[in-house]
Design a protein around this ligand. Sequence first.
Ligand SMILES: [Mg+2]
Length: 261
Amino acid sequence: MNILISNDDGVLAPGIQALAQALKKLGRVVIVAPDHERSGFSSALTIDRPLRPVEISTDVWAVDGTPADCVYLATNGLFDFEFDLVVSGINNGPNLGDHILYSGTVGAAMGGRLGRLPSIAVSLCGAKVRQYTSPDDFKAAAEWVAQFIASGLPKLPPRYVLNMNIPDIEEIKGIQVTHQSHCHTPKPIIPQVNPRGYQTYWISLAKELQAHDMHVNHSMADFEAVAAGFVSLTPIQMETTNAQVIQDLQSQLSQRHQVVL
Ligand SMILES: [Mg+2]
């Protein structure tokens, strides 16, 4: 099996190193990842300049681009062989709820899916995770991912990606198939005057999440599963059309406009 690994924390991040080490027992592992952190870049592609991938060690490539750029390059001609699986992460923090809209970790996995490959986004959730600097800190989670893949990937409909969030605890209770939760209201921007006297603002995402109004198929919300000590596994899709709303929207607009039904 040829496994492509990417992330949004950068090619030198401890999470990606731990993941690569753990997955090596399953086949050939190739890392293609941004040359520095590109968290929050979602599925952005660089289309206004060329990209320059550099092989910094055997099967480890640094790219001056986004996570989605990395997967695009790797699955569209950078190599003379095909990949069987894309794994993105391990992100140093959660990718839960509506926040995944911005996630470069998820963006890289979505890129793999667009290339028709099974794809998994993996994130580690815990209060101390942002301070971790060693691959050892991600080793247990990486081993968990390796075992999950080795036991046989679940089959998904086309264009679906698995979004996996692993709690940073000693004893993981198991795995829960979950639904994506919602954010509460956005967090206000944080004003700051920079050393040159300019007014600037930090954007940071609200931490509070809430379960879906109607629990989807009686599943737990992603954040509830992680808080309860389970790995959260949410099937997420590239197709964003809400089929249930189509009919309602058609009938609303048909009274005001000529809608072709
Ligand atoms: Mg990140």
